[in-house]
Design a protein around this ligand. Structure first.
Ligand code: ZN
Length: 152
């Protein structure tokens, strides 16, 4: 299935099944790409937890943080600052935002994921949130991705 815009979270399991063991992040969808850097791709999450859920994906297929090279880590440090500024400049996070006042950033490793619940290719999640207790948005796929893609 070719993904050209964020889709409801409920469709994620079917998508993983369709991949049949292939890596979802070794092939990028240009429609979901926000920006491409030397070692990283910044993309919209295809099956977002929350509105404006984005992923920063290493261009190389690595699983663990410790596999990253020095230049990849250096660029990561620069990019995370730019990403947060982009969220703030577009008023997706910050005072008065409808989506949250904090930018949540996280990653996990799934090296022994026998159930294939996630993609093992290293990626970081970014999304706006107000508190830790907020549930997943059911309408998280419903955003104007083209408007957010304009880098300020
Ligand atoms: Zn991969």
């Amino acid at each position: 299935m070719k993904i050209t815009k964020p889709l409801p979270r409920e469709e994620y399991k079917k998508h993983l099944k369709d991949l049949n063991g292939g890596c979802a992040f070794c092939i990028m969808s240009p429609e979901l790409t926000i920006n491409e850097y030397s070692f990283w791709n910044w993309v919209f999450a295809a099956f977002p937890y929350r509105k404006y859920h984005t992923l920063l994906i290493s261009k190389r297929h690595v699983v663990r943080f410790s596999e990253l090279k020095k230049e990849e880590l250096l660029e990561l440090a620069e990019i995370t600052e730019k990403l947060e500024n982009h969220y703030r400049n577009n008023k997706i996070i910050g005072k008065g935002s409808l989506f949250g006042d904090q930018l949540f950033t996280c990653w996990r490793t799934r090296q022994n994921d026998k159930d294939k619940k996630s993609v093992s290719h290293l990626h970081l999640h970014f999304y706006p949130k107000f508190t830790n207790e907020e549930p997943i948005n059911t309408d998280s796929w419903d955003i104007d991705i083209d408007k957010f893609k304009i880098l300020k």
